[in-house]
Design a protein around this ligand. Sequence first.
Ligand SMILES: NC(=O)c1ccc[n+]([C@@H]2O[C@H](COP(=O)([O-])OP(=O)(O)OC[C@H]3O[C@@H](n4cnc5c(N)ncnc54)[C@H](OP(=O)(O)O)[C@@H]3O)[C@@H](O)[C@H]2O)c1
Length: 258
Amino acid sequence: MTLQDKVAIITGSTAGIGGEIATIFSENGASVVVTSRTIEGAQNKLADIKKNGGDGLAISCNLESSSDMLALVESAMDTYGRLDILVNNAVSHQTLPSSPIQDLSYEKLAAGINTNLTNILALTSKAYPYLKIDGGNVINIGSAVINQHILGIPLYTIIKGAMSQMTKVLAYEWAPDVKVNQINPGFTRTAAPKEVGIPDAEVGAFFESFRQFHPLDRVGDPQDIASAAYYLVSDQAAWITGMEMNVDGGYSINGRSL
Ligand SMILES: NC(=O)c1ccc[n+]([C@@H]2O[C@H](COP(=O)([O-])OP(=O)(O)OC[C@H]3O[C@@H](n4cnc5c(N)ncnc54)[C@H](OP(=O)(O)O)[C@@H]3O)[C@@H](O)[C@H]2O)c1
């Protein structure tokens, strides 16, 4: 129970990577603030956590709404009176169209950046005064595509690259009070393909097509990412800040054969 008495906000934590992070933090004693675009989604996940003996709070919170994001910290503080961990996990695929950058209108670019960067920065800033009270942690969930770009998702990759700079800058500015680290997952088996419109029947083939880019010869499972997040907030990582951990089956060091 290494996270006993700690309070963690994990954005987008009903399923996928955020869902597994909420589970492992809860199994290790943290009270988890579970968020979803729907209150039902958050309540269902919290019910599972409680069934397994955990504790938490269910909040409906859409990354596309700045007021939702800013209210999140207040909800956690009103209930628990403390905040120790913030995991910036949620992404809004709807505001990150997979069009070439030159084809995106000013409004689309601004919506993608405001939603997936400004709102995350605003939430993180709001959390800072509470995180710093007792040596808190921020974990940003980036992506391995910042190390090896894939044609077709330019705005997503630019945003994740900016997040990586945010990790380094805040880690330095907020040291020694708050540690800020980032995990860059490789392709991980979640419902993300569904979010971007890939039909259920094609999801298996979609992931299979990406296996070849991972030297460890499989795509990831959400547990692979969650165990890294748990390590980074544990005492074992007490001297690690400003780090980007590629949890990607070797995707980032993948070369080419002659
Ligand atoms: N899966 C991958 O291959 C992969 C690879 C690299 C990086 N990542 C990154 O890992 C993170 C998690 O991805 P994932 O694949 O686990 O996603 P996912 O399976 O699609 O899970 C998304 C979670 O986020 C919530 N969510 C979706 N849209 C949201 C929004 N607009 N505002 C707030 N919450 C929202 C969902 O909750 P509801 O549906 O209940 O609202 C769900 O709990 C993202 O930052 C993603 O960029 C993923």
